[in-house]
Design a protein around this ligand. Structure first.
Ligand code: UDP
Ligand code: MG
Length: 310
């Protein structure tokens, strides 16, 4: 195969339950880049779509030579699909965006304009999120907790949508951690970063691919992967409980010595058993989760598996 010259822009879109938006997405991207008068590629990563988008992606790659299709062997999750897409990207500037048209292709020129002012990372800030209430609340809470745990200030109006210089993408690719969360990786690598306000597309009745369960799983994974603060909090909690326990033991012994203890104490016994067991279970669970994460890390599995490429 002839060596293709590197395109100026690469667009990485994870595709999962967004079959009906794909054709419009491709058309609108093409219009935007023709306007900018730069060559580009669009990388569509099929993240094990249940509705089988692959035949459509294959068709699109035949019709347009700027499209690359990558099919993962199963559903790995949005951030793994993004990783797979980044690994295939060749552009000087890489744009990461959702495939469901909630990230508007028409905002790309303003992101690029800002990048030209000398920023290697320009992320899109959604002034007014057009997601359902459930999603907005969950996401707000998640970003608050994550910011606290990682001692950074993550902004819930910023997600993956943005334009990233190839150098930034190279550095992100070097981060081999198993739990992928693109916005956190972007924050970590640094460089000159800036936010640009954009409009957010509404999800036009499409149900989000993130169920409650998927959201909570993702949140738990990310919080633990990017912070050891829960462990520290656990130790502090343990110390506090132990201190109270000691004081209470002293008090009880003192009362016993005074001869004030007869049979009473059932209530306090029961209470302390339940409270302490609860604390123990929580802390044990946390330790277990961390150990599990370490185990996963040690196994050093690939982050995703590509079944086909076009
Ligand atoms: N996505 C994915 N794998 C998944 C879930 C989602 O690749 O397991 C992609 C999906 O194709 C879309 C983006 O992630 O491009 C955001 O998904 P969605 O719009 O369903 O979620 P929301 O808008 O609620 O964040
Ligand atoms: Mg969406």
């Amino acid at each position: 195969m002839a060596q293709q010259p590197n395109p100026f822009f690469s667009v990485v879109c994870p595709v999962y339950k967004t079959r009906h938006q794909l054709e419009e997405l491709v058309d609108r991207l093409e219009a935007v880049f023709n306007e900018l008068d730069k060559d580009f590629e669009v990388i569509l990563v099929d993240d094990g779509c249940p509705e089988d988008s692959w035949d459509l992606i294959a068709l699109l790659t035949q019709k347009n030579d700027f499209i690359k299709g990558v099919k993962l062997s199963r559903n790995f999750g949005q951030h793994y699909a993004i990783t797979a897409g980044l690994d295939q990207s060749m552009g000087q500037w890489v744009i990461v965006m959702d495939a469901d048209l909630q990230d508007l292709p028409e905002e790309i020129p303003s992101l690029y304009k800002k990048a030209k002012e000398g920023f290697q990372v320009v992320v899109a800030k959604r002034k007014e999120r057009k997601d359902g209430r459930r999603k907005r609340w969950a996401s707000w809470l998640f970003y608050k907790i994550l910011s606290y745990l990682t001692r950074t200030s993550m902004d819930h109006q910023v997600a993956n949508f943005g334009i990233y210089h190839a150098q930034v993408i190279e550095e992100i690719k070097r981060l081999k951690e198993q739990v992928r969360y693109f916005p956190a990786l972007v924050q970590w690598v640094g460089f000159r970063q800036v936010k640009v306000e954009v409009k957010h597309g509404d999800n036009s009745g499409r149900v989000s691919a993130y169920s409650w369960e998927k959201m909570v799983d993702l949140a738990l994974n990310i919080m633990m992967a990017y912070s050891d603060r829960p462990l520290r909090m656990m130790v502090k909690l343990g110390l506090m409980v132990a201190l109270i326990g000691f004081l209470y033991a002293g008090y009880t012994l003192f009362k016993y010595w005074l001869g004030e203890i007869i049979v009473a104490g059932y209530a306090s016994l029961i209470v302390s058993i339940w409270v302490l067991t609860g604390v123990l279970l929580i802390t044990l669970g946390m330790v277990g989760l961390y150990v599990g994460k370490t185990y996963q890390g040690v196994k050093n599995r690939p982050l995703y598996i590509i079944e086909k490429k076009l």
